[in-house]
Design a protein around this ligand. Structure first.
Ligand SMILES: Cn1c(SCC(=O)Nc2ccccc2)nc2c(=O)[nH]c(N)nc21
Length: 277
């Protein structure tokens, strides 16, 4: 199952690692604009050298309680970084955005994947994605970042998430996004309790049968802190565990902070799967 990202073809039957390049101001020491672009390019280079097939560039923090970012601020943060990575690094640039103008502009600058935590629900986002002509990742989020973790409730979380994603697929395909350009993502931590997250992980293969490659992101997330009691900086072992489980259950892309370590964990799973059992 091949998918082409701005000219770069990847086999979605295999598992690929996506490294996180944060360009929100709280992810950089002072240093100013030039410094942060250079740091982001350097980070992207390191992650690609460590085996990342994608780098995910996002300018809007979706941490609960994070201040909303203006369209211009998002453009100012993301575009210079996408342009610089496209120029200097041989990789697929995933852009973590829900904003139509950012989708359009970054596609022009060399982005290869639209990664929208809001599944293109914003006004004009679907049309922007159609015009960009790029693959899109449609992720499930219940509510909005500021309030989503306040007592999220579902009738049946696995069914509800699958139903939502299939509805978004229908809208996107009807608008002109080809089925072979769509990835799905259950959105771990986006409007889910620990139990919801664990049920979605335990039944990930059920999401896979919808027929679209899956992207998952649990790296260092709160759900792992709830299970282990570890701080964000101490969640690598738990992150590797959920990455391994995800690959075993058919995920095609794993979004992580720790590329080098995750690449090795994925290699172990794929070495076993290559035996054909
Ligand atoms: C942009 N983005 C994010 S940001 C949230 C995050 O990393 N929080 C976080 C990270 C570390 C610690 C605590 C929270 N998560 C996903 C995801 O799961 N899937 C897709 N497709 N995109 C995503």
């Amino acid at each position: 199952m091949q998918m082409t990202f701005a000219g770069r073809e990847l086999d979605m039957g295999r598992c690929h690692v996506m490294g996180i390049v944060n360009v929100t101001p709280d992810s950089f020491s002072d240093g100013g604009r030039y410094n942060s672009v250079e740091l982001a390019v350097q980070r992207a280079r390191e992650m690609v050298a460590d085996g990342a097939a994608f780098v995910d560039v996002g300018g809007e923090s979706t941490r609960p309680g994070a201040a909303p970012v203006s369209e211009q601020e998002e453009l100012d943060r993301v575009c210079p970084v996408v342009e610089a990575i496209a120029r200097d690094v041989d990789t697929v640039i995933s852009v973590d955005t829900s904003t139509p103008s950012v989708i359009r502009e970054t596609a022009r600058l060399g982005a290869g994947l639209v990664n929208d935590v809001r599944a293109l629900e914003r006004e004009g986002a679907v049309d922007a994605a159609v015009e960009a002509g790029l693959p899109v990742c449609l992720m499930h989020m219940k509510g909005a970042p500021g309030t989503m973790q306040q007592n999220p409730e579902y009738r049946h979380v696995v069914r509800d998430v699958a139903t939502y994603l299939m509805d978004r697929v229908r809208v996107c395909e009807a608008a002109g996004i080809p089925a072979e350009n769509i990835l799905l993502d259950p959105g771990f931590g986006f409007g889910k309790t620990l139990e919801h997250n664990l049920q979605l992980l335990a039944t990930l293969e059920q999401l896979r049968v919808l027929g679209y490659p899956l992207l998952v992101g649990m790296s260092r997330k709160t759900m792992l802190g709830q299970i282990t009691g570890r701080e964000v900086s101490e969640r690598l072992p738990a992150s590797l565990a959920v990455a391994t489980i995800s690959v075993l259950k058919g995920a095609s892309v794993i979004r992580v902070h720790d590329v080098r370590e995750t690449v090795d964990a994925v290699r172990v799973v794929e070495a076993m799967q290559a035996q054909g059992y």
